[in-house]
Design a protein around this ligand. Structure first.
Ligand code: DC
Length: 225
């Protein structure tokens, strides 16, 4: 890489299309993609297996015990918990809330942010999450706040679950999504909020291709490509 590495921060609520769009954009720009939610999910799964995901003191006490690593296999991010590939297990719906629960614990955020910054160091990187523009990459080349209406986000999540053979009723998905949004935006430690210098992109009425094209346009403008 002969240029100064660029970094693109994508934040927003669950189901706005962050990971799908970020993955496609990373391919287009030949950059590394880091799904930071997967790391909180792996921690959530670890605490869920202990039956303690809602116990903030136990979560904080476990911060240095947990062994979470990220590897890229054929360009795809895999996440390991004590050497076990949990990339599929962390997508189970019950892990979503556990991830949101553990992510509210300040000690967890300190450890995860440090890990994320270390993984990204020296790379052209696209990261998605809730605090990327505000905390993880405060000097990002470009910050995007990606949103969509709650109904549209729930509809997309239903389709995704259906495709994975784990269908859930729309009303349940919408309710859980609103609960998680509320929890993620109201926690004291790094709540989900758009960075002051973030560009807002609403994907409610955009197809995936249109969303990626708009993000690519913004990215090339910011990178100077
Ligand atoms: O993006 P996701 O749905 O996989 O994230 C799971 C949970 O992790 C989400 O409810 C909030 C939390 N999270 C966070 O607090 N900070 C991040 N950078 C990424 C995710």
């Amino acid at each position: 890489m002969s240029h100064k590495p660029f970094s693109i921060a994508i934040d927003g609520p669950a189901g706005a299309g962050k990971s799908t769009i970020a993955k496609a954009l990373a391919k287009e720009l030949n950059a590394m993609y880091l799904d930071t939610g997967a790391m909180y999910r792996a921690f959530g799964l670890y605490m869920l297996r202990k039956g303690l995901s809602k116990d903030a003191a136990a979560v904080a006490a476990s911060v240095n015990d947990v062994d979470i690593t990220v590897e890229y296999i054929d360009g795809v991010q895999h996440i390991f918990l004590s050497g076990e590939d949990v990339s599929a297990a962390i997508r189970e719906p019950e892990v979503s809330m556990a991830a949101s629960d553990v992510s509210a614990v300040p000690e967890v955020r300190v450890r995860m942010v440090a890990l994320q910054q270390k993984i990204a160091e020296g790379h052209d990187v696209i990261m998605d999450g809730r605090d990327i523009g505000t905390k993880v990459l405060p000097n990002a080349t470009l910050k995007i706040f990606l949103t969509a209406s709650a109904e549209e986000r729930a509809r997309r999540r239903c389709l995704e679950l259906q495709e994975k053979g784990m269908p859930e009723p729309y009303e349940k998905v919408l309710k859980e999504m609103l609960e998680r949004d509320w929890q993620d935006t109201h926690r004291a430690a790094s709540p989900l909020v758009a960075a002051e210098d973030a560009v807002r992109v609403d994907t409610s009425d955009l197809t995936l291709d249109q969303s990626v094209a708009e993000m690519k346009r913004l990215a090339l403008k910011a990178i100077g490509g």
